[in-house]
Design a binder for this molecule. Structure first.
Ligand SMILES: [Zn+2]
Ligand SMILES: [Zn+2]
Length: 850
């Protein structure tokens, strides 16, 4: 009966859950290995990136469990923020700002909760056993309490402040956006040349944003630009609006962009902003929170950006100030959520100080262990690029409320820690009135950026402020696993807050995953039709096969999806199943006492090497190396060679025991990657003897002892057998058919295990034949190195060997004053003499006789 992966997955995932195999034990004496699980965002269904990423994390968890550690691997979800709000708006066809706030939040909670149930069952179908006894959601009052408390503590230390500062603003989502949330996109825009005049002078400026004309504060030119040298300091009039602005010089103006003269507006982009600061120009608010023009735009007030742009260009044409326009490509900062181009707005916002810790942040990042190391540079580059503090307030509904109240004069009263969790829109402030002006207080309507919640996960996980004893035991955590796309958010903010609040890094090491790309190497996009659905794959190939593919991707690199890897994974899964069936078939059929033979020592030596290589690879998160080594051992050493050899003697008790031990060790080694087939095998063939409830309660196998000499003999035996088996195939003899004679041809004595050769090849006689050097010479080949020494003497050398074959027995062969090493002369792998096929390998040749 073949392996039924569906049945196995159903059975063992239920078993793990019911038996609580992966539940963290707080009383355990084992060392803890703790994983800062990425709280999975509860906005929708599983895509291949999730399946990929969480499989890697689960492999780490399971591996550390079988290494004898107590693994802390919480099941958690991120349940805050805009994507959920947007989904709820879509689902119910409503608009957040036109809906009752508390009712809207309820709908968001319900929507997320519905997704969470589905996501938990997706995890389980992938064999991911995050621990439900350590469950948390970032929208629970318990969790939000610590988001608020951590803010209050930073505020007390002057590290959180309210400031009037330009922020990136999404006019569609009507909220501030952090720098890390900006997505830069190349878009085609119009570059318009517009004529300004005044005082008998005229100049033409280029702008992509004519709708900002009413907010124009100055015209800037480069001081090195001769075309405008005589205009600097003069005044020109804004077309249509008539207001006078000065021509100023600034060496950051690009002389070759457009006409070389540009408008400085309040506030078009970051370059404008820089000049506004540099030249002490005023801030004018020409665009409001909804992306509409304000009163300073006169008759254009109330128009959207697009409408205003169209109307102003029309009017410029009428007034004769419009010269021309051309299409150019420009990098536009857009909202990560909805793709709307962002505006700069001068707004009062809450900030957390971060730019003053840039150097510290780099030091903190330095003291982390990075896997792979090159990901650290991404964080360093991000830190270097930062110019503003972290804006943490959002003008949305579904998130943690900022715990404070304000009076009409703008004084703020921050909540007391004891009040938290607190919703200032519902709960009363800690004082009756504003302590400064005695006016009444109103709860803040603002909420936190959701990274304020998720970036305290290492604090929440380690019982920060809840249990001092546990905290000192658990903090810092062992590992932060995460995607590379959130280095500048989740990793960065966690590192900042962990250190600001505790003075220590939140984890010892960080593992950063790359992305899964479409089979064509591009990112997956519904509109490109190249999206791969993991659910379809799981149904067709099984979770272990999917995890095999996941393991075969190098950590930190982007990998194109390859279905053939799932096919390979499935084959390996079935191979393991068949090996276990073979073991089961011979169980209890041992009728003779035997001794370990050389091939048994050889397989133990190979197994030890495999076990230590897999261990090293898993210790350094090189899943690809681990699966390669384990697969090669199971497939070639164990199945192709060893099993074939012991078939003729598995009724011997020691042989059976040896196979039992090697097979179990291999399955344990691969169990973190292949959990279902591993558990299935264990329950089927090993549990009754091993006693533990689950394969994941066994320990990673230690070294087996073996004799090196015997292992060497075993290796030669394996070689001889495999060369002879090849000959059987070549001579069209069935592998199960017997042969009269098998021969080993060699000039020196070859030590092999005669009985295993005869038993496996089914040869009546095994003979050793000497003097076969003559035959070997017939197919001598020179290595390129030797050939380059001998050059035109090569042929003469071959002839010399034919005449003096005995020299092949010495290490170095002297020929016409040259010294040639014997190992530089190789014999081809196989040849025929007198109609007989010969195979050559490790220093000897073999032949068989029908
Ligand atoms: Zn938006
Ligand atoms: Zn006040």
């Amino acid at each position: 009966m073949p392996y039924d992966f569906r049945e196995s997955e159903r059975k063992w995932s239920t078993f793990w859950k019911d038996e609580r195999i992966f539940q963290y034990n707080f009383n355990s004496k084992k060392p803890t290995y703790s994983i800062d699980t990425p709280p999975r965002y509860a906005s929708g269904k599983m895509h291949i990136g999730h399946a990929f990423h969480y499989s890697h994390i689960d492999m780490v968890a399971k591996y550390h469990k079988i290494r004898g550690e107590e693994v802390f691997f919480p099941l958690c979800f991120d349940v805050n923020g805009m994507p959920i709000e947007v989904n709820v708006e879509k689902k119910y066809g409503i608009k957040m700002r036109e809906y009752d706030r508390q009712k809207f939040v309820k709908l968001c909670e319900e929507f997320a909760e519905g997704n969470i149930q589905a996501m938990i069952s997706q995890f389980s179908s992938l064999g991911i056993t995050a621990d439900p006894s350590l469950y948390f959601k970032t929208d629970s009052e318990m969790y939000r309490k610590y988001t608020q408390i951590s803010f209050i503590r930073l505020h007390k230390r002057g590290l959180a402040y309210k400031g009037k500062h330009p922020v990136n603003w999404c006019p569609r989502c009507e909220t501030a956006i952090a720098e890390s949330e900006i997505v830069y996109e190349e878009r085609e825009v119009s570059l318009n040349d517009i004529k300004f005049s005044g005082d008998g002078i005229e100049l033409i400026i280029s702008t992509t944003r004519p709708e900002l004309l009413p907010a124009c504060l100055a015209i800037a030119v480069n001081p090195k630009d001769n075309r405008f040298a005589n205009l600097v300091g003069k005044e020109v009039k804004l077309p249509i609006f008539g207001k006078e602005v000065q021509v100023i010089a600034d060496d950051e103006v690009l002389m070759d962009f457009g006409t070389g003269a540009e408008m400085i507006c309040s506030v078009g982009d970051k370059a404008d902003l820089k000049m506004i600061y540099k030249h002490s120009l005023p801030f004018l608010k020409s665009i409001d929170e909804q992306g509409k023009l304000t009163d300073i735009a006169g008759k254009y007030a109330g128009l959207t950006i697009k409408e205003a742009q169209k109307k102003i260009i029309e009017d410029l044409k009428t007034s004769g100030n419009f010269i021309s326009s051309s299409r150019i490509k420009q990098n536009v900062g857009t909202c990560w959520r909805c793709g709307t181009p962002l505006e700069f707005l001068q707004k009062e916002q809450w900030f957390i100080k971060s730019t003053e810790f840039k150097e510290d942040l780099k030091k903190w990042a330095d003291s982390l262990e990075w896997h792979p190391i090159f990901m650290k540079k991404r964080l360093d580059d991000w830190i270097d690029s930062l110019s503003w503090d972290w804006v943490v307030s959002r003008q949305r509904y579904f998130a943690t409320p900022i715990p404070l109240w304000e009076c009409k004069n703008g004084h703020t009263v921050v909540a007391e820690e004891e009040q938290c969790y607190v919703d200032p829109l519902i709960d009363p402030p800690p004082v009756k009135e504003c302590p400064v002006c005695h006016e009444s207080l109103k709860g803040s309507e603002e909420v936190f950026d959701t990274w304020m919640d998720s970036s305290i996960s290492p604090l929440f996980n380690t019982f920060y402020d809840r249990d001092e004893k546990l905290f000192s035991k658990m903090y810092p955590m062992s590992l932060r696993p995460q995607g590379q796309d959130i280095i500048r958010t989740w990793a960065y903010y966690s590192l900042l807050r962990g250190n600001l609040l505790t003075g220590e890094n939140p984890w010892k090491s960080i593992m950063v995953d790359g992305n899964i790309m479409a089979p064509d190497g591009r990112p997956m996009h519904a509109s490109w039709g190249n999206v791969v659905d993991p659910n379809v794959l799981l149904d067709k190939f099984g979770a272990d096969a999917f995890r095999y593919f996941t393991a075969s991707c190098s950590l930190g690199e982007d990998t194109a999806f390859r279905e053939r890897d799932l096919v390979r994974g499935q084959r390996l899964m079935n191979k393991i199943f068949n090996l276990v069936s073979f073991l089961e078939f011979y169980k209890g059929k041992q009728d003779k006492d035997d001794e370990l033979r050389p091939a048994d020592h050889w397989i133990l030596r190979q197994m030890n090497a495999m076990l230590s290589q897999v261990r090293e690879a898993m210790d350094s998160f090189e899943f690809d190396r681990a699966i390669k080594v384990a697969e090669s051992f199971i497939w070639h050493d164990l199945a192709d060679n060893y099993v074939e050899i012991i078939k003729h003697r598995i009724t011997g008790s020691k042989t059976y025991e040896n196979f039992y031990k090697v097979l179990l060790s291999s399955i344990v080694a691969i169990s973190p990657i292949f959990p279902f087939i591993a558990e299935d095998s264990y329950q089927r063939a090993f549990r009754s003897r091993e006693g533990k409830r689950s394969i994941f309660e066994l320990e990673y196998p230690g070294e087996a002892s073996f004799s090196s000499d015997d292992a060497e003999t075993g290796e030669r035996t394996i070689d001889a057998i495999s060369m002879m088996r090849d000959l059987k195939v070549k001579d069209k003899i069935s592998l199960s058919d017997g042969v009269k004679k098998a021969s080993i041809l060699s000039s020196a004595e070859v030590k092999v295990d005669d009985e295993d050769i005869k038993g496996t090849i089914r040869a009546e006689v095994l003979s050793y034949e000497n003097g076969s050097i003559e035959e070997k010479i017939q197919s001598l080949k020179l290595t390129p190195e030797t050939y380059s020494i001998l050059r035109e003497k090569a042929e003469a050398f071959i002839k010399y060997l034919h005449q003096n074959p005995v020299v092949l027995n010495s290490e170095t062969i002297e020929f016409e004053g040259m010294k040639i090493k014997r190992e530089e002369i190789i014999v081809t792998k196989s040849y025929s003499v007198q109609g007989m096929n010969v195979n050559c390998g490790n220093g000897f040749c073999v032949s068989i006789l029908k």
